[in-house]
Design a protein around this ligand. Structure first.
Ligand code: 3UK
Length: 526
């Protein structure tokens, strides 16, 4: 099939449209009820079973008093309970918000409060970490706490018990294609994360345009996304994409290390594997990497979240024996809008606009840049979010009419391919997850030895960006390895495990503007 014939631009129906009906129930109606929808380490769930479980959740939430359009936060590992709760909520018109499971309790608190969630569904493994925040919020207002993977307790509802007392059939709430279905939080360079509101039609748009149109995903595919479902990238790859065609998704709740990922590849032989560059690089360094990266039928891999260096792409294809498709997506656009194409991959480039999306490069005044020059990537397409929750200024700056401003700098080569050239702000990605230099600096200066700190992204030997810190120490403090280790541990605990500085450079002062703002660009140029 040619790409043009596959690129199914899709128009949602004018009347009621509920994404859960399209993604879950349609598979049963079309005769795929006995097909396996999800495989996790403890269970295989068919589409018919998935539909039943989603119905139980759709019945249970209103029973708890959670009304249409109200929010439910999910702090969940990748097990079958995540799609069950996510689509069950959507079927009831309730708005699920999957959160990054690697955040700090303070960051979770902000998002639970900001979204005014009525309930939090949390995996048993994470409950101890989240519990203090949930207790504290629960003392001030009503908050249901639902636990997945273990029985409930005095103040905690067990998901299993909640579902077992709910009927297996449910009428979908008659939502609209343009109604908010779910949120995802997106972090920024300054200020708190932004609740990004996505519509019922958006998952199917991304599935048709990217998964079916570009990757050629079909019912016989088995998809394994090492990128977790709480990322927009993983949410598409490992959930809505396979569901859109009645394919099978493999879920891995644990941390994606080369060992755990390759063991999962060997166990389930996915045809499509989705990762981020840092993981692909770590897998290539593994002694056992070879054809299919452990899968006997791998046909494609995808990479996103941060730029895939050219050399890494080439080495992956050589070792693994099939292509890795680099494409750029964002939480704001829900999934990938500029991508390479199978059979026409150009490593070192993000590819070309996905049919159904338009892209352009603008200068600081909003005018198109001449061919070959660098400009901000601005994109238009049907899956753009409606806006940020309670952040009007930022919404207006990012979502301008039909066009979404990405904050990414790009250049279009003579070949017509798009080349990533960094950010318009100081943000960077580590393992595909945002790092705001400001967050790491704020963590560093709360350490007793640190007077001032500046953080920039620096390329490592593989061409991947990692945090580098410049610190000014307090008088009398000696800079030694013990101190550096302590600073790294401090950042991990205060800001997030992936944010710790891989390099620490001690200085007597930092470059600043007249108004005292740190000039990170000067440090980046060193
Ligand atoms: C950067 C890339 C170069 C870029 C995402 C696929 O990453 C995703 O969403 P986020 O909101 O971050 C968006 C930003 O990440 N980026 C992503 N992919 C690439 N830079 N090459 C790439 N291939 O700065 C972008 O603005 O976390 C990725 C699908 C859905 C997503 N949400």
């Amino acid at each position: 099939m040619t790409e043009a014939s596959r690129a199914t631009r899709w128009t949602p129906p004018p009347g009621p449209y509920n994404a859960a009906v399209d993604m879950v129930d349609r598979n049963v109606v079309e005769g795929r009820g006995d097909k396996v929808a999800f495989i996790d380490p403890s269970i295989r769930l068919t589409y018919a079973e998935l539909a039943e479980r989603c119905n139980r959740v759709a019945n249970a939430l209103p029973r708890l008093g959670i009304a249409r359009e109200h929010r439910v936060v999910l702090i969940m590992l990748d097990t079958i309970d995540l799609p069950v709760v996510f689509w069950g909520a959507i079927k009831a018109g309730v708005v699920p918000i999957p959160l990054n499971t690697m955040l700090t309790p303070e960051q979770w608190r902000f998002m639970i409060e900001d979204s005014r969630a009525d309930a939090v569904v949390v995996s048993a493994e994470l409950l101890d970490l989240v519990a203090p925040v949930l207790d504290e919020i629960g003392q001030r207002r009503h908050l249901h706490v639902i636990v997945s993977g273990r029985e409930g307790g005095s103040k905690i509802i067990g998901l299993g018990a909640l579902m077992s007392t709910s009927p297996t059939t449910a009428e979908a709430v008659e939502t609209h294609a343009d109604e908010v279905a779910f949120w995802l939080y997106s972090s920024g360079s300054t200020g708190m994360p932004k609740g990004t509101r996505h519509l019922h039609a958006s998952p199917m748009h991304t599935a048709k345009l990217f998964a079916q149109g570009v990757l050629g995903m079909g019912p016989d595919d088995v998809v394994f996304s090492a990128a977790k479902l709480f990322f927009a990238y993983g949410l598409g790859n490992g959930m809505s994409f396979p569901m859109s065609v009645g394919a099978t998704a493999v879920l891995m709740p644990g941390r994606p290390t080369p060992d755990s990922v390759m063991a999962t590849m060997r166990a389930h032989n996915p045809t499509i594997f989705c990762g981020v560059p840092t993981l692909l690089s770590a897998m290539l360094a593994h002694a056992e990497i070879g054809k299919g990266a452990g899968s006997s039928r791998l046909r494609l891999s995808t990479s996103a979240g941060e730029a895939l260096p050219e050399d890494l792409g080439n080495r992956w294809q050589q070792k693994v024996g099939s292509e890795v498709i680099d494409g750029i997506g964002s939480t704001e656009m829900l999934h990938i809008f500029v991508s390479n194409r199978p059979g026409k991959v150009r490593y070192g480039s993000s590819g070309t606009p996905v049919p159904g999306y338009d892209a352009k490069l603008l200068d600081d005044d909003g005018a198109p840049v001449p061919q070959g020059e660098i400009g901000e990537l601005v994109v238009r397409g049907p899956s753009a979010a409606e806006g940020y929750w309670l952040q009007r200024e930022k919404s207006r700056r990012t979502f301008r009419g039909e066009w979404t401003h990405t904050g990414d700098k790009y250049r279009i080569g003579k070949d017509g391919y798009y080349y990533y050239c960094g950010r318009t702000d100081d943000m960077f990605k580590v393992s595909g997850i945002w790092v705001s230099p400001f967050d790491v600096e704020s963590a560093l200066i709360t350490h007793k030895a640190v007077l001032e700190a500046a953080v920039v992204g620096k390329e490592d030997a593989d061409g991947l960006i990692k945090p580098k810190a410049f610190v000014v120490l307090k008088p009398g403090v000696t800079a030694d390895d013990a101190l550096f280790e302590d600073l790294r541990a401090h950042v991990k605990a205060q800001a997030g495990a992936w944010k710790y500085p891989r390099w620490i450079d001690v200085r007597t002062d930092l470059p600043k503007t007249a108004t005292g703002k740190i000039q990170r660009f000067k440090l980046r140029e060193e």
